[in-house]
Design a protein around this ligand. Structure first.
Ligand code: PEP
Length: 245
């Protein structure tokens, strides 16, 4: 079955490096049965977009604003992202929730705004280590889903994606260690059911947290894992190509 594989380059590359990586990657991955989304930072979108256009790869963004037009200095309108050819947008990433204090109310508005512009939101949810240790994981995820998806209406199951990213498993976090694929699958089954109750649609649920070329198959072969959101390993063309293949 086709999987959704999303590269999150975060703020790790210059425009020149983004161009080089996109070109290298496009050269290695000429064909794939999977849907592959490359998310450069805002400044690189208009440069990377034309490279991807000649391939089967899709352009994504790492965030977008709550409104199409507003006095919001520094924000980027989903209207403009759409014009640049963006098909997916990552929303509610744990780094934005933690370092930029983005809350579920803001994320909820961003989701609605992306949908209005026919951009597919990838809503990130995930528990911290303390919530896990307190046995609160599912309770916490359910709350993030309910707040993030409040009043969200989608027409088809492919209009929205959930990315489950246990924060303690993200490779750049201190003492990060990957969640076992079996546990990720079990939690994703719960997320799928919970999201289906809210949205009345069976949306895709992808996994993120230290996924790389060595462990990708063990995650992607699980029945409730519809794809992966990849940070660190997406910064090397060969590593991400191996995940995609
Ligand atoms: C992420 O931050 O979205 C992520 C999945 O990162 P990594 O793959 O590096 O753990």
């Amino acid at each position: 079955m086709s999987k959704l594989l999303v590269a999150n380059w975060k703020m790790q590359l210059t425009i020149k490096e983004s161009l080089t990586l996109a070109a290298q990657f496009a050269k290695i991955v000429k064909t794939t049965k999977n849907e592959v989304v490359i998310c450069p930072d805002y400044s690189a979108l208009s440069f990377v977009g034309p490279i991807l256009k000649k391939t089967k790869l899709t352009l994504g963004a790492q965030d977008s604003a709550t409104d199409n037009r507003a006095a919001l200095t520094g924000e980027v309108s989903p209207l403009n992202l759409k014009a640049l050819g963006v098909k997916y947008v990552i929303l509610g990433h744990s780094e934005r929730r933690e370092h930029l204090h983005e809350n579920s109310a803001i994320i909820n508005r961003k989701i609605k705004s992306a949908l209005v512009n026919k951009i597919i939101p990838i809503l990130c949810i995930g528990e911290k280590l303390t919530e896990r240790e307190d046995g609160q994981t599912k309770l916490f995820l359910n709350e993030e889903l309910h707040h993030g998806l409040k009043g969200v209406k989608i027409k088809t199951a492919s209009d929205l994606v959930i990315a489950y990213e246990p924060i303690w498993a993200i490779s750049t976090n201190k003492n990060a260690k990957p969640m076992s694929p079996q546990e990720a699958d079990e939690i994703q089954k719960f997320i799928r059911a919970s999201a289906a109750k809210i949205l009345k649609k069976n949306v895709r649920v992808i996994y993120g947290g230290s996924v790389d070329e060595k462990n990708a198959v063990s995650y992607l072969s699980q029945p409730n894992i519809d794809g992966a959101l990849v940070g660190g390993a997406s910064l090397k063309a060969n590593s991400f190509a191996a995940v995609v293949k």
